[in-house]
Every structure is written in C-alpha cells, then in structure tokens.
Ligand binder design. Structure first.
Ligand SMILES: *Cc1c(COP(=O)(O)O)cnc(C)c1O
Length: 383
C-alpha cells in the first residue's frame, strides 16, 4: 500500500475481523483475560494493549514511516512521556525558541523542578547550536511548522546535528501531520503528534501519538503506562475514524489555504500573510522540498492593526473564533489574546507575534464560501 488514503484506512487493521465487523469495534473493557504476559503487555486499558490501541499503533507507525508507535490521551501526554522517559535529572536539552505553550510551560514550570535544564535555540541558524551544547545535552526538540508564524525549521540540519552529537532528535509534527511531512525519513528519532488537530481532524477529541523505533517507543510507553496518559476506548474509536480521511482532509485544507493566502496577500486591507506556499515566505524553497503540501494553516496581519483585527474577528461568520486547529470547522484566533496570552508582551514581540496577528486554521468548508465571508468581514472591519 503506497497511497496515504489506503494506509490511513487499512494499515494494521484487525485480522481476522471481529464477527466480520468492517470497522474496529469499541472495546469497552478495562481488563482482558490473563495469558501469562509481562506487566506492560497484559490486556488493560491504561497499558494501551486493547485491540483498538494495537490497530492505532500500527496505523500511525505506518503513516509516520516508523517501526513503532503508541497512541496517547493527549498531545501533552505524548510530550510529557517522551521527556520524562528519555531524560533524567541533570540532563540538558536544546529547544526551539517558540514551542507550543504547553511544552514551554512543562519545561519551565514542571521539569525544571526535576533538574532538567534547557537552552532555547533559533532553529533557522544551525551554526549557533553548538555553542549551547553541554556535556549533559541529551536531546534537541523542534516543531515542524511554528505557531503562529508557520516558520519551517532547518529539519535536515537538526537531524544531522543530533546524529553528530549523539542526541535524541525529537519533533512535534502537529501542525503538519504525516500528510504534510514525515520527519522520521529526514532522520528524526521521535515524532509526536497532538492527534487533537489534523490527525483526528474533527474538533471533537483530545489525543496524541508518539512514533519511532521499537526500542524508543517501548521505553516511552513504559513511562506513559506509569503516568497514566492512555487514550480511552471511545477516544480510540473516534481517532481511528478521523484518521481514515487524513489524506483527503489535508489535501482539501491545503488547496483552500493556498487560495485564501493568495486572496489575503492581494487584499489592500491585509498588511502581511504568513503561509509556506507563498513565494515570499522565508522558507518557501525548503517547504517546497520537504513538505508534501503547504498545509491548511496560515496567519496574517491587517493594515489596521489590533483594532481592525478585533473588528474582523467579530465580523466573520463561518470560521469560529476558537483555539485549536486542523478540524472540519475553520477556526480563527488572535494568538496574542488566546494561545500566546501566557507570554509577556516582550516575549511575544521577540517571537514576532504582534497583537493584531490573526491565525487561521482552514477547515473543510468550500473555499468560495470562506473567501466570500472573509471579503465581507474585511470590508466591514475596514469601516
Ligand atoms: C495542541 C498542541 C499540542 C498539545 O496537544 P493536546 O492534544 O492539546 O494535549 C502540542 N503541540 C502542538 C504544536 C499543538 O498544537
């Protein structure tokens, strides 16, 4: 099977089918008959050993192009299990300077109390990384596309640097999903997703995943088993169902986002658009080379700044003003107010997040309807 759609539907499916059921049933059983397995392999919901968990693990590993995978109860359960399992007190890691808020909060407020230290790096400047290495550096952590500016890190350089210095190369691939980028093929050791976003794609579930070699995923799963960050039975069912359309959804979202980015770029009320598919994006060439599509996420600034942005957000009718991304419903948000509200104004300015910046997760609606809605909202907010 080579097509992402065939794999998203069939990879790792149960053989034989349960009573002939075409779809993996919901296995609402917390425990399973014991057959002498080791602790981490006994049939128990928290140990992610149910048939649904096994199907998802195989399917996600297939999509990410890795030996193994494990599904988790959230993206943060994936991130916390990875960091707690691969690192120990005294260890140090290099972290991209603009990671997801939950990730930076976990490092700053929680893991620092367990003597894990880190240095923030600019993922666009590989020459600067070696200066931050210490004898205790064990990992380098980046995101495929940054939030909300959609910068694409120098992924090949990160993987090569990790290889040269014996570090775990960890990547949060949430903004891309395997439909847009497969970091394992570029040399990353651990690929995680917040499956809440593009993987499930319906704004109705919180879930996550970790993919990598069998050895690394086993190690992370053992910590996950202790932290208790498994996905419940209904969550497994919803995620498997959502994943079946991953390729179709992302292709539609990317085609719409490209049209919307071009529309906004040409509009006199719009000051600037960040989208990897536009030729003036700083990593456009790299994105054309490393990404299968330019994806469904974009951000932009209005000429009228913060006030115009507020008026625009109250004027749009189809996109919902809400955090999160990657689902059927278009979601729109002002990151300075919502997802990056935890940063100080200075930290936001340093990350290039102006108060008027708008992030747009393009959904599955018809692009003509979205463009008509945006046109009307831009006219109204310019007034
Ligand atoms: C949403 C998100 C997460 C956290 O995922 P949850 O499923 O909400 O725990 C991590 N990384 C990125 C890039 C995200 O967008």
């Amino acid at each position: 099977m080579t097509d992402i759609q065939t794999r998203a539907i069939h990879a790792g499916r149960l053989e034989p089918r349960i009573e002939g059921a075409v779809v993996t049933p919901i296995f609402q059983s917390s425990t399973y008959e014991y057959h002498g397995e080791d602790y981490h392999d006994i049939g128990y919901l928290r140990l992610s050993t149910t048939p649904s968990h096994r199907v998802l693990a195989h399917r996600i590993a297939d999509l990410e192009g890795t030996e193994a995978a494990v599904v988790t109860g959230s993206g943060m359960a994936a991130i916390s299990s990875i960091l707690v399992s691969l690192l120990s007190a005294g260890d140090h890691l290099l972290v991209q300077d603009c990671t997801y808020g939950g990730t930076s909060g976990l490092l700053k407020n929680d893991l620092s109390r367990f003597d894990l230290s880190y240095t923030l790096i600019d993922a666009q400047v590989p020459d600067s990384w070696a200066a931050s290495l210490t004898d205790s550096t064990k990992a380098i952590y980046v995101e495929t596309l940054t939030n909300p500016l959609l910068e694409l890190a120098d992924l090949e350089a990160v993987a090569a640097f990790a290889d040269e210095h014996g570090l775990f190369a960890i990547i949060d691939n949430t903004f891309a999903s395997p439909a847009q980028c497969q970091p394992a093929a570029l040399g990353f050791d651990v690929v995680l997703e917040s499956c809440t976003k593009f993987m499930n794609g319906h704004n109705d579930l919180v879930a996550g995943s970790v993919a990598g070699s069998t050895e690394t995923v086993d190690r992370i799963k053992r910590t996950l088993d202790h932290l208790g960050g498994h996905l419940d039975a209904h969550g497994c069912f919803l995620l498997e169902r959502g994943l079946k359309t991953l390729g179709l959804r992302v292709a539609h979202q990317a085609a719409s986002a490209k049209r919307i980015a071009e529309f906004l770029d040409d509009h006199p009320a719009v000051a600037h658009v960040n989208y990897p598919g536009l030729s003036d994006h700083p990593q456009h060439e790299r994105a054309s080379r490393l990404l299968t599509t330019f994806g469904g996420m974009l951000s932009f600034e209005l000429e009228g700044g913060l006030e115009a942005a507020e008026r625009f957000l109250s004027a749009v009718r189809i996109p919902v003003v809400a955090a999160s991304l990657g689902g059927a419903e278009s979601l729109i948000v002002r990151p300075a107010a919502a997802v990056h509200g935890g940063l100080t104004p200075e930290e936001r300015a340093r990350s290039g997040i102006s108060d008027g910046l708008i992030r747009f997760s393009v959904g599955l609606e018809g692009p003509d309807d979205l463009i008509a809605d945006l046109t009307r909202a831009l006219d109204e907010s310019a007034a």
